[in-house]
Design a protein around this ligand. Structure first.
Ligand SMILES: [Zn+2]
Length: 292
């Protein structure tokens, strides 16, 4: 492990969450010399894919992992760890029942996989979804829960002791953040959609996203990271995920409005160390001691 090196681990669920959630942040830190590693827990099998997008691929998973590889190269990720679970789909979909999907996996096994990466990479900063998974996607929620447990377990030598026996050592990252967004803009969108005659409680391709409920989920913003200079890289990473560009989740919509009205920034809730007053941070590495 290189002393003084800054390292970040991003723990997401689908190929594209890293780009539509926090591409600007990743691009900024890579540019600043931070080694940014990504865990993607599922293969995104349930994502939409137009037939023309499938040319040359035998499955949606294969196509989406190729899109992820493109985004990883564009953003300059140091390493991508794919866990290979099947996408669980939104609640109520038959995909929830598939034995290979993430929500059917033993949570302790998923936590152990993340712990192993933390003990290998030694990230000072870990970023994952908020407790509601942004808009309630079960894979986002399962990934959040596993990442939060792994953040603590990685530091405990009695957790997953077989990894210690194999030569890894217990390691405690210094900060844990959840991706979030400014709900003011979502409230504005709910109002606008209602005005236009849409039902904000039944949004999305499958009418399974309740935007009004999402505005009630408490996810305070503790860090605002300016990402304006990286707009072009973000756009290139988005284009890598061409098969998913049509979808407009509430988080994406809210970010778009936020970028439009308050400048290009990405927002985070800080889970560790706990927040005790003070203004928002502008750098996820504030107060971090680099090195091992
Ligand atoms: Zn996702």
């Amino acid at each position: 492990m290189v002393e003084q090196e800054k390292r970040m681990l991003v723990v997401m669920a689908h190929p594209d969450d890293e780009t539509f959630g926090m591409a600007g942040t990743i691009a900024r830190y890579v540019d600043e010399g931070v080694k940014v590693h990504l865990i993607c827990t599922t293969n995104g099998d349930v994502g939409a894919a137009a037939p023309e997008m499938m040319q040359g691929y035998s499955s949606v998973a294969e196509m989406r992992l190729a899109e992820l590889a493109c985004a990883a190269e564009t953003l300059g990720l140091a390493e991508v760890y794919t866990f290979g679970y099947r996408d669980s789909g939104m609640p109520g979909m038959p995909d929830n029942e598939h034995p290979d999907c993430l929500v059917a996996a033993d949570p302790d096994v998923v936590v152990g996989k993340i712990v192993k990466v933390i003990r290998e990479v030694h990230p000072q900063v870990v970023v994952t979804f908020d407790p509601y998974g942004g808009y309630g996607h079960p894979d986002h929620i399962a990934t959040h829960q596993a990442a939060v447990k792994a953040f603590d377990a990685a530091a405990n030598p009695n957790a997953y002791p077989e990894q210690i026996v194999a030569g890894l050592r217990a390691y405690r990252p210094q900060k844990l953040y959840f991706t979030t967004f400014d709900k003011t803009w979502l409230r504005f969108a709910v109002w606008l959609f209602s005005l236009m005659g849409h039902d904000p409680e039944r949004m999305g391709r499958n009418k399974d996203i309740n935007m009004r409920e999402i505005t009630g989920w408490e996810t305070p913003i503790h860090a605002r990271v300016k990402t304006g200079p990286y707009r072009q890289i973000v756009q290139q990473a988005r284009e890598c995920h061409a098969s998913q560009l049509g979808g407009l989740s509430p988080t994406r919509l809210s970010r778009m409005l936020s970028h439009l009205f308050s400048g290009v920034q990405e927002c985070y809730m800080r889970a560790c160390p706990s927040v005790n007053g003070g203004g928002p941070e502008h750098d996820l590495f504030d107060g971090v001691v680099p090195g091992d």
